[in-house]
Design a protein around this ligand. Structure first.
Ligand code: HEC
Length: 129
């Protein structure tokens, strides 16, 4: 029983590893194809918009209809920031605009997942194979 149990866990985490590198690849492609990279760095550097590495679950200050709010950059925040950039603006960036992106809902979800895993740990900073 014990062996069976650990075998299952092993193959399960193996599969996650595979999905993760696929997601890194796809996310990276979408991030470039949709010009996100022209405004957002993933290494903390200021380009035009805020850098996006380490954003997931960070506290962010946003301005929504003139009101400043402190939010946690969870999955739904990230999705909204990409799908509906006019809804609220990151504090300090009110004078800059993020254009509406015309990509499928599915691709937005992939970008959200991508931003989540690159925020996850430093190991993902390693270049893609
Ligand atoms: C023309 C420049 C530009 C492009 C292209 C662009 N953005 Fe943005 N983005 C911004 C600016 C400026 C902000 C901050 C103001 C705001 O919130 O609208 C922002 C905000 C964000 C935020 C919220 C960041 C935070 O700190 O809370 C996310 C997430 C984001 N963008 C993701 C994307 C993704 C993914 C793409 C590609 C599909 C993209 N952006 C394309 C300029 C851009």
């Amino acid at each position: 029983m014990v062996l069976l149990g650990s075998g299952w866990t092993y193959s399960c985490s193996n599969r996650q590893e595979k999905n993760r590198s696929e997601l890194l690849r796809t996310g990276d492609r979408l991030f470039h194809q949709n010009a996100c990279i022209t405004c957002h760095s993933l290494d903390g550097k200021e380009v035009y918009g805020p850098p996006l590495d380490g954003l997931y679950m960070k506290e962010v200050e946003v301005v929504r209809q003139g009101e400043t709010l402190t939010l946690t950059a969870d999955r739904s925040y990230l999705k909204r920031a990409i799908a509906d950039p006019r809804y609220e603006e990151v504090k300090g960036y009110e004078s800059k605009d993020m254009p509406e992106v015309h990509i499928s809902d599915e691709d937005i979800d992939l970008l959200v997942e991508y931003l989540m895993i690159i925020s996850d740990s430093s190991e993902t900073q390693a270049p893609l194979p």
